[in-house]
Write a protein that binds this ligand. Sequence first.
Ligand code: WQD
Length: 337
Amino acid sequence: MKILVTGGAGFIGSHTVVELINAGHEPIIIDNFNNSEKSVLKGIRKIIKKPVKCYEKDCNDVKALEQICRKENIEGIIHFAAYKAVGESVEKPLKYYENNIGSTLNVLKVMLNLGIKNLVFSSSCTVYGQPDHIPVTEDTPRKPAASPYGNTKTMCEDILRDTITARNPLKIISLRYFNPIGAHPSAHIGELPRGVPSNLVPFITQTAAGIRQKLTVFGSDYDTPDGTNIRDFIHVVDLAKAHVSALELLSKQADTYYEVFNVGTGSGNSVLEIIKTFEKVNKLKLNYEIGPRRPGDVEKIYGNVEKAEKLMGWKVEKTLAESLKDAWRWEKKLMKK
Ligand code: WQD
């Protein structure tokens, strides 16, 4: 299928473009490069050995979006384009609501105008807030997210569901990501955080690279075995493959369809376990200290991912060790640039 990948030059988007091509699809990127680099297109090309078409446009420009979909005869859309910095969303909520919700509304309008039926939406486990029970299933009640970023994901899921309920001829899957980490094994593409990374693994790799002086573990007094938060850390390539599986499930559906899937490993690791595994698999010592809790952090969450295996035939293939090795290989590659 000809697939429009919004935000396709981003971390998860770029890895998904590679897996779409590996699966025989024809991805076309639209990205405003507000939070991604054009060098990613070169990295993708090195992996797939051919150029991938990319339009430098903004999904908030609905006319441009529609023109591209019409011109390219798009058959499906994977919608990644969104701001995703939790902390920034608290300081600039309107920027997040306008962009993340506005772009999703535009994608839906264009799909309805042009008769495009297939949509995979990038959602997040943040919709669960701090769940009462773990692992969370897709039926676990969503909770008010701790940030406007998380609220935009909840609201977009509701917009998608309401659009389907109105019997619009659409087939939609929302994928609720847990914590994507790692990089393509080739080290041609990977995570490119701007400024000081807020996420754990890029901060770890930059500390190991000497870019950051020390990693601070945000709290060790939580109700967990070692006192640090627990998360479901999934290799970004496994996450990318879930999007291909989602598209293939959609192509088998006849009529209107809406499903939500957790996309994680199905198990949790603590922050300290990540640090120790990183040190072990990469044979190095990391400079870190225990500091105060970070406001808004969820204590522990990981996903029950049986539904994705049952309905999409998808499950993770990579180990945590591979994720952390690939993350470090990518950081070392960046150091050479
Ligand atoms: C993980 C754990 C921190 C940095 C967020 C979003 C989620 C998704 C991924 C976009 C926490 C601890 C972190 C550090 C630390 N974003 N940590 N020191 O917060 O689980 O998820 O990013 O899609 O939607 O909510 O990820 O990597 O920021 O934190 O101790 O320097 O690592 O306290 O427990 P998080 P994270």
